[in-house]
Design a protein around this ligand. Structure first.
Ligand code: HEC
Ligand code: HEC
Ligand code: HEC
Ligand code: HEC
Ligand code: HEC
Length: 393
């Protein structure tokens, strides 16, 4: 009874505070930043290369090109979830700043005199390249600036047909944070921002060991940059994430203990350098624990769902968030099963709820024109742990 009262009172006061803030709209909440208000300015094709297109870089850097093609970066514009959400958001031009980051990839030039969302100006872009747009986060978005191709090596050691230069951002998180960290000030009133992967990665076991994004998302490899050239220490351009079963399997570790009447299962985020899931707020992970007795009888024990609940209107804020930070653990306790047997877990990654999915399908042409194969590739439910045994101590 008391709990219920407290709940209602906090609910009403939160609503009041939110409404007041909304009405006052203090400077800053809706401000755009360098990151969200403009594209990477128009880029010329570096000498010695045919165009800015990944395909043309791929004529020489073949393996890197093939890896990039399998990554989500190459699909950032054609991704059906992105295109449907873009329709829902009425073609908001600021979305493209990260999904097709070069001005050359955009039909419009975007500017905002005051840095505010309310005075975004758009003019047609005479140099728009629709083929480059389809490449999403293309090579040039990370590597090209002012006619020079930047990379992780000191230029003295290279023998490249195009201008090259060293930039230390390739060897740090800075490059990734450009798009994988939207500080709260940009869009909302939140501590970590809606896409807070960069910030989430600043604490915990992996950051303490000096790990950067590339260590887990771009595996090291020793090979020539182009056939016929000397082998160098470099990295695969694969960026495995939530669409990679093996990457997902690295996240959780489990430990179970049987005490008199109870079975306690400890769940740790031991493999992700940020919260899991991270990024897009629609995503959630469900772990299902079950018991199979020695006679083959299956009993469902308990499920846990790692997710955020975000209020989007009138302003964004996080209502709840039980995702585990890097290295963090939680546990669930269930009654000890009556028969002796074995503990198992299933894990499923969800890109969004069925409800959001149906809304996108019914109103924003999600899946339209996609063949059956592609519908599978862009499935919203991805089982990644299937009947994994957990030892009970
Ligand atoms: C005609 C072949 C060719 C084309 C086209 C080409 N490259 Fe290169 N690139 C090379 C060679 C060769 C090297 C140096 C290899 C060496 O010395 O080991 C190099 C080096 C590099 C480096 C390392 C730079 C550094 O300082 O760390 C990067 C990054 C790079 N290229 C990216 C690109 C991108 C992006 C494109 C497309 C816009 C591209 N290249 C197009 C042949 C090419
Ligand atoms: C210690 C290894 C590790 C580090 C460091 C790391 N990641 Fe991850 N990342 C993972 C694993 C494992 C997954 C898959 C589990 C998951 O979905 O969170 C993942 C998933 C992701 C995803 C997919 C979204 C999701 O959660 O489903 C994105 C985006 C991502 N990482 C970006 C980054 C960025 C950006 C950085 C650096 C700021 C980074 N990661 C640092 C291991 C790491
Ligand atoms: C999201 C940013 C990003 C994109 C997109 C990208 N790269 Fe890279 N690239 C990197 C990073 C980071 C490194 C540094 C890896 C390291 O530490 O060696 C790198 C390194 C390289 C190197 C040096 C060799 C190596 O393995 O380190 C070449 C060559 C290169 N990239 C070419 C390409 C080409 C070609 C494409 C497009 C097909 C591309 N890159 C797309 C981030 C990117
Ligand atoms: C120019 C913006 C940009 C930069 C720079 C960038 N990313 Fe991304 N990244 C994106 C976008 C946009 C997507 C989502 C594509 C889509 O819509 O499917 C993405 C997707 C990913 C994913 C897959 C997410 C998933 O759900 O599975 C991983 C992992 C990832 N990026 C890691 C990195 C790392 C590591 C770096 C730094 C080396 C980096 N990114 C740099 C924009 C960027
Ligand atoms: C600051 C950079 C940035 C901006 C601006 C941005 N995105 Fe993204 N978006 C990302 C990154 C990075 C990812 C991939 C990983 C993640 O979930 O964080 C992503 C992922 C997504 C996904 C999930 C794709 C998938 O396959 O699961 C959707 C949908 C999406 N963005 C839609 C949008 C829309 C619509 C807008 C504009 C309202 C927008 N984005 C603006 C960086 C950005």
């Amino acid at each position: 009874m008391l709990m219920k009262k407290i709940f209602i009172i906090t609910g009403i006061s939160s609503l009041l505070i939110v409404s007041i803030i909304y009405l006052l709209n203090p400077a800053g909440i809706y401000q755009l930043s360098e990151k969200t208000a403009r594209y990477i300015p128009h880029q010329e094709v570096p000498s010695g290369t045919a165009s800015l297109k990944a395909k043309d870089c791929g004529a020489c850097h073949m393996e890197i090109y093939q890896e990039w093609q399998t990554s989500l970066h190459s699909k950032a514009f054609i991704d059906p979830f992105f295109t449907a959400y873009l329709k829902k958001d009425k073609g908001d031009p600021t979305c493209s700043v990260c999904h097709t980051p070069l001005e050359n990839q955009s039909p419009i030039i975007l500017s905002s005199e005051s840095g505010s969302y309310d005075d975004l100006e758009t003019v047609p872009n005479p140099d728009f390249d629709p083929d480059l747009q389809k490449e999403g986060v293309t090579c040039a978005a990370c590597h090209v600036k002012d006619g020079v191709i930047f990379g992780p090596y000191q230029e003295k050691v290279l023998n490249a047909p195009h201008p090259v230069a060293y930039d230390d951002k390739f060897l740090s998180k800075a490059l990734c944070k450009q798009c994988h960290e939207v500080p709260s000030k940009d869009f909302s009133l939140m501590n970590e921002g809606i896409c807070g992967t960069g910030m989430e990665s600043n604490t915990g076991i992996w950051s303490a060991r000096g790990f950067i994004c590339q260590d887990c998302h771009m595996p090291t490899v020793n090979r020539p940059l182009m056939s016929g050239f000397p082998a160098r220490e470099g990295r695969k351009h694969t960026w495995p994430g939530a669409y990679s079963t093996s990457q997902l399997q690295k996240v959780f570790s489990f430990r179970a203990e049987m005490r008199e009447d109870n079975l306690t299962i400890r769940i740790t985020n031991s493999g992700a350098g940020h919260k899991a899931p991270t990024g897009d707020a629609d995503r959630f992970i469900i772990l299902d624990f079950f018991w199979i007795s020695d006679k083959g009888q299956k009993t469902q024990l308990e499920s846990i769902e790692f997710k955020r609940q975000v209020v989007w209107q009138p302003i964004m804020f996080v209502l709840s968030d039980n995702r585990l930070s890097p290295g963090e653990s939680t546990h669930i306790t269930v009654t000890k099963p009556s028969d002796s047997g074995t503990l198992y877990v299933n894990g499923t990654y969800h890109v969004m709820t069925e409800r959001s999915f149906n809304r996108l399908k019914d109103n924003y042409d999600l899946y339209e024109g996609l063949g059956e194969n592609l519908k599978n590739e862009w499935n919203i439910q991805r089982p990644f742990i299937e009947q994994q045994k957990i030892d009970v101590h």
